[in-house]
Design a protein around this ligand. Structure first.
Ligand code: DGY
Length: 328
């Protein structure tokens, strides 16, 4: 008998077709509506595999209902939407999609840094709204990117890829990470810094850390106090890493100069969110990995993780590898 899976959103056709050949597939076939909780609860109790997104909260309460679930394949590198501990306790494999989105997310991070520094959305609106009456020396002036200091918080794959881009702009690159990476420091020409020094010295602070209990609310009031009044904060990781109220206050008080945000604590961000009222905040709807090629590759990786797990093999990108300890 075929195993059964549930897919929580519309996915590329060729991936869906391959899954349908092998499994009994139920799908929440919508592009822009997340699967309602009651449907997720019903389906999770029936299936062997779950193909889900970062918008689905796979918490311990939901997992109680998973009677025969073997694998949760998340279409994202981040997996903060999944209670991994509870999954592991139930012997459920959790997988993610690192690697394939590294360069695309680094591209977007650098694009957001440039757009924020050079006020690109604001300048474009200025023109379209009919305000462009003449060229003027200090009109819409921003911050230089070349030769500035970039501080990267979280030097994983994406952080490294961002550092390489920054080197092309002759930037001085600092990083702060749980553990130092001497080889990468040498290879790319980076300097390790304490969080405090990184915040004090950087013109651009980019958050690229994973969202965990340790990084939740990691950047708050006391950290903004340390930053330069000309500095820019960029976050393409997860919204909850930065305290949004403190960020708003620091922008209003001129403690920092601007922010570029691809992620928010609550997504979609409510349209009356105070940060959306500020012209020096450039906002995006969580599109870090959103290139056509990369999203197709992510779907393929998520599919192959799911298939390996359902075949009883260790998936290539497993989050709770301890489930296979001793079994290899
Ligand atoms: C991820 O993969 O975690 C991103 O946030 C979406 O690509």
């Amino acid at each position: 008998m075929k195993q059964s899976i549930f897919i929580t959103r519309k996915i590329p056709d060729h991936v869906l077709n391959q899954l349908q050949e092998k499994y009994n597939v139920a799908i929440w076939d919508h592009e822009e509506i997340p699967v309602p909780r009651d449907i997720l609860e019903e389906k999770i109790s029936e299936v062997d595999g779950l193909f889900c997104l970062l918008t689905d909260s796979i918490d311990s309460e939901l997992l109680q209902k998973a009677h025969k679930l073997k694998v949760i394949s998340n279409l994202a590198v981040g997996f903060n939407n999944i209670d991994v501990k509870a999954s592991t306790e139930k012997g459920i494999i959790v997988t993610n999609t690192p690697g394939v989105l590294t360069e695309t997310t680094a591209d977007l991070t650098f694009a957001l840094l440039m757009a924020t520094a050079r006020r690109i959305p604001e300048a474009s609106d200025y023109l379209r709204e009919g305000n462009w009456s003449t060229w003027s020396p200090m009109l819409l002036t921003g911050q230089d990117i070349h030769h500035a200091t970039l501080g990267i918080i979280g030097l994983g794959r994406i952080g490294e890829a961002l550092a390489k881009r920054a080197k092309g702009f002759e930037m001085n690159v600092l990083y702060h990470n749980r553990n130092r990476k001497p080889e990468i420091e040498e290879q790319i020409g980076l300097q390790y810094a304490s969080l405090e020094n990184l915040l004090k010295e950087s013109d651009f602070v980019c958050i690229l850390a994973p969202y965990t209990n340790e990084t939740k609310n990691m950047i708050r009031k006391e950290h903004f106090h340390l930053m330069k009044p000309t500095s820019i904060l960029i976050n393409t990781a997860r919204g909850g890493i930065v305290n949004e109220t403190d960020l708003y206050d620091s922008l209003i008080e001129g403690e920092i100069w601007a922010a570029g945000l691809d992620v928010f604590e609550q997504e979609p961000v409510p349209l009356d969110h105070p940060l959306l009222t500020l012209p020096n905040v450039v906002t995006l709807p969580h599109i870090g990995s959103a290139s056509i090629n990369t999203r197709l590759k992510m779907a393929e990786v998520a599919m192959s993780n799911l298939m390996s797990a359902l075949d009883g093999e260790k998936p290539k990108y497993i989050v709770n590898a301890e489930l296979f300890l001793g079994g290899e």
